[in-house]
Design a protein around this ligand. Structure first.
Ligand SMILES: Cc1cc2nc3c(=O)[nH]c(=O)nc-3n(C[C@H](O)[C@H](O)[C@H](O)COP(=O)(O)OP(=O)(O)OC[C@H]3O[C@@H](n4cnc5c(N)ncnc54)[C@H](O)[C@@H]3O)c2cc1C
Length: 472
């Protein structure tokens, strides 16, 4: 039997890696057990025939404080790269055509994304301050109340395709859109709330002696998002065990026993940074109610289809890509234009387009072979841009359980989970199904779990060899 560790982290996705990195930085003796042969979870940057392909997420926002902090600590400050200025333009599909998303008052007036009536209704949003929601509101009810039915269908529908691959009538407004929800609760309006929030954030950063990152667009790293996860994995060194799926957990005096493919590890604190399915299986023998709360988080399936071209496609406009609300004449949830976002994604002069297909409304798409999936993406691109060329490279990756769906009842279930975890001292959860589905939420949850582990170990203190842990 190996010596007891202070902490074990299960799962080396962005949440688990950030957690373990922070624990290591605080001088806590930590081991990370990862089921797959590579670290990074859904963040997988691959090099294929000179194309740099992102398996899952492509970007994060400059306001993603947890990612920016972890990246800086890991020595990656000068590796963060902003998207190219041309990528500022975004498109939404409306009635089978790509329409530019407005960025200011003039482009709003000129935009053909919404009808005149739809625009008028949208403009009333800041003045509808008496309408406050009910915590049981679906995203659909919330966005229709705020923006009117047309903008809800088109703008929120596009956002939901892009972020959740989900169903607007099932997502919970306060769980899936907590910031927007708060804006309405506190300011009676999303637009007013967003403006105040921006001012407040600037003031808070100034008070903390920090400046917002001088970046207009979205962020990645040179070499892709995998640079972050690979760097954290390398820094963890021998503490990270790949190809080591965890099969069971048992409570024992003073901590936990973790059963894994190669044996077992004893530890005082344990962080489960795995998706809801594996988390529920591991929790089930310990607390059926906690496992039930986690099992109730449905997952949307997504296939990612990369299309690489040897030459630039003149038919593709400069921009970030398009998102497609359901019912607008295309099957893809959206297509990114990665070679217009970052300069390092193709061989010289090439083009890379990445389609997302599936989601809760089209789960069957994942059963299709690579060829038919590529055909769906190419047909959508042909309809929208006139692109007629065949790609030199087709690469498909399927995620049967891609994006957690924070559906109605999620907040109540997470509260129940939090209460049940009181009876499992030293066991913490991290991951993007708890409080937000994005990369920034996953990293923030890992950082928060590390902080809780440090406090827990400190409170238990007094043990032989116990050190005074630095801040996590
Ligand atoms: C197709 C796609 C596109 C996305 N696009 C974006 C985007 O553009 N922007 C954005 O912000 N977010 C995006 N996301 C979401 C982002 O990828 C997630 O928020 C993030 O990866 C979640 O990190 P995590 O560590 O919680 O989970 P994961 O990344 O799922 O990592 C969990 C890890 O746990 C491991 N594991 C599971 N079971 C066990 C076990 N029993 N024992 C040991 N290890 C185990 C897994 O192998 C995995 O490595 C996207 C996701 C997908 C799938």
């Amino acid at each position: 039997m190996e010596a007891e560790r202070q902490a074990v982290v299960v799962g080396a996705g962005p949440a688990g890696l950030s957690c373990a990195w922070r624990l290591m930085q605080a001088g806590i003796d930590v081991e990370v057990l990862e089921a797959q042969a590579t670290a990074g979870g859904n963040v997988q940057t691959m090099e294929v025939d000179g194309f740099r392909l992102e398996g899952g997420p492509h970007t994060f926002m400059p306001s993603a404080d947890a990612i920016v902090e972890v990246a800086r600590e890991a020595g990656l400050a000068d590796k963060m790269t902003a998207s190219l200025p041309a990528a500022k333009k975004r498109f939404i599909v409306r009635q089978g055509r790509m329409r530019v998303v407005f960025g200011g008052p003039l482009s709003f007036l000129a935009s053909r994304l919404l009808s005149f009536r739809g625009k008028l209704r949208l403009l009333q949003e800041p003045f509808r301050t008496r309408q406050r929601g009910d915590p049981t509101d679906t995203a659909e009810r919330f966005f229709v109340r705020r923006f009117g039915p047309e903008a809800a269908r088109v703008l929120a529908g596009a956002f939901i395709s892009g972020v959740y691959a989900g169903d607007i009538s099932r997502l919970s407004a306060p769980a899936a859109f907590p910031l927007f929800w708060r804006f309405e609760q506190e300011h009676g309006s999303m637009i007013r709330g967003a403006m105040k929030h921006r001012r407040q954030r600037r003031a808070e950063l100034a008070a903390a002696g920090r400046k917002p990152l001088p970046v207009k667009g979205l962020l990645s790293f040179s070499g892709g998002l995998g640079t972050l996860t690979a760097t954290l994995a390398a820094k963890l060194g021998p503490r990270l065990h790949l190809d080591t799926p965890v099969r069971g957990l048992a409570r024992q005096a003073g901590g936990w026993r973790v059963e894994h493919a190669g044996g077992s590890l004893d530890c005082r604190a344990l962080v489960l940074a795995v998706p809801p399915g594996p988390a529920a299986s591991l929790l089930e023998p310990l607390d059926a109610e906690a496992a039930g709360a986690v099992t109730a988080v449905p997952m949307a399936p997504v296939a990612v289809v990369h299309l690489g071209f040897e030459r630039r496609c003149a038919e593709i406009p400069d921009g970030f890509g398009f998102l497609a609300p359901r019912g607008q004449g295309v099957r893809s949830l959206g297509v990114l234009f990665p070679s217009r976002l970052f300069a390092d994604r193709t061989p010289p002069g090439g083009e890379l387009l990445t389609a997302f297909i599936g989601g809760v409304h089209d789960a069957g798409a994942l059963a299709l072979d690579d060829g038919p999936l590529a055909d769906i993406a190419l047909a959508d691109l042909r309809t929208l841009t006139g692109l007629g060329r065949e790609p030199a490279l087709v690469q498909v990756r399927r995620y049967p359980e891609a994006i957690p769906q924070l559906v109605c009842g999620h907040l109540e279930r997470m509260e129940l989970l939090r209460q049940r975890l009181h009876d499992l001292p030293g066991l913490l959860l991290a991951g993007n199904y708890l409080q937000g589905v994005g990369l920034k939420d996953a990293v923030a949850s890992g950082v928060a779990a590390a902080r809780e582990v440090a406090v827990y170990l400190q409170q238990r203190g007094g043990g032989e060899g116990e050190r005074d842990h630095g801040d996590c």
